[in-house]
Ligand binder design. Sequence first.
Ligand code: ADP
Length: 359
Amino acid sequence: MTPALHLEGVTHRYGSLTAVSDLALTVEPGQVVCLLGPSGCGKSTVLRIAAGLEALQSGVVWINGKTVADLDDQMPPEHRDVGLVFQDYALFPHLSILDNVLFGLNRWSRRERRDRAMLMLERVRMADYAPAFPHQLSGGQQQRVALARALAPGPGVMLLDEPYSGLDARLRDAVRDEVLHLLKTTGCATLMVTHDSEEAMFMADRIVVMRDGRVVQAGSPSELYCSPKDAFVAGFFSELNNLEGRVRGAVVVTELGSVPSAGLPDGALVEVVIRPEALRLGPTKGAGDKQFATVVQSRLLGRTSLVHLSFPWPVRGNGHRLHLHARVPGVFLPEPGQVVSIDLDLSQIFVFTPPDAAN
Ligand code: ADP
């Protein structure tokens, strides 16, 4: 299958700063791919290079099998068969909602343009607002119109740059749900930039995690969540409890108990990262040889409760205590000072060679 979008060997510098390094990326037809990473890691630069808003400095960009940028030639954005949506909506303030959507359809007949624009406004449930002007709409409504405008010409690829970051949390959830279903209904291949891992998991068939201009790991949301390549990727998807441990044969010995050593060499000092949901708390009575911890605080966060725990940490010296977070489903609010037993869910615990040791 010909990829809808493919970038190869893309490196981009702003003066002495290398924003993107030898990056390769593929979006298959119909796929939603999210570029995920911290602010400043180069995500928007990649998107802008794909769109033609940033001149390519090295590498090649293909859209639906056609070279749209290489070192010899670079097509302007309007010839690339891409739809663009940015966080600031960028609707024309002096044009009605209908005229905003008609704007991108200049190659069509008058009748076709109107029918198409109204169809797209219906799809984003904004047809009733066709005569209105942007300032009469809420942020979420403007963003839906921006999406309708970008989708109206039927682009081969949609490029979305933090499209929901201007919206408040509740509106964001509703808009992104609509956008996901719309993109999937139209079958438009999409590359979306976000720094929010939950948003990426909500939207993406495939996530590409970037750090310092490079791809760290790419895969399905479940591959990245369940098999992160390093502590950076694991930490991008959830809060972590960080411990150190020493490999002893097939296991790593930590204060909380032994966990599988994942084939790391015997004797190595390793990073052990434990998701808060990996700590299962129970009564001390009948807990056998399980570890015990003392509750510091408990908070209900909605679907889960967060329990702060204190645990003896003798490797850091006498009297040192480890502060751990446990996330428990539902309402579980033990009192401060209460002692609980800890069980480990090994599927939510990962062992890595520390970055300094790997270099
Ligand atoms: P992200 O989208 O991940 O936040 P960007 O691609 O916007 O990252 O930026 C990557 C790096 O390049 C950052 O350090 C940013 O400050 C820098 N940068 C982005 N655009 C420019 C520019 N036009 N001129 C100079 N530096 C830039």
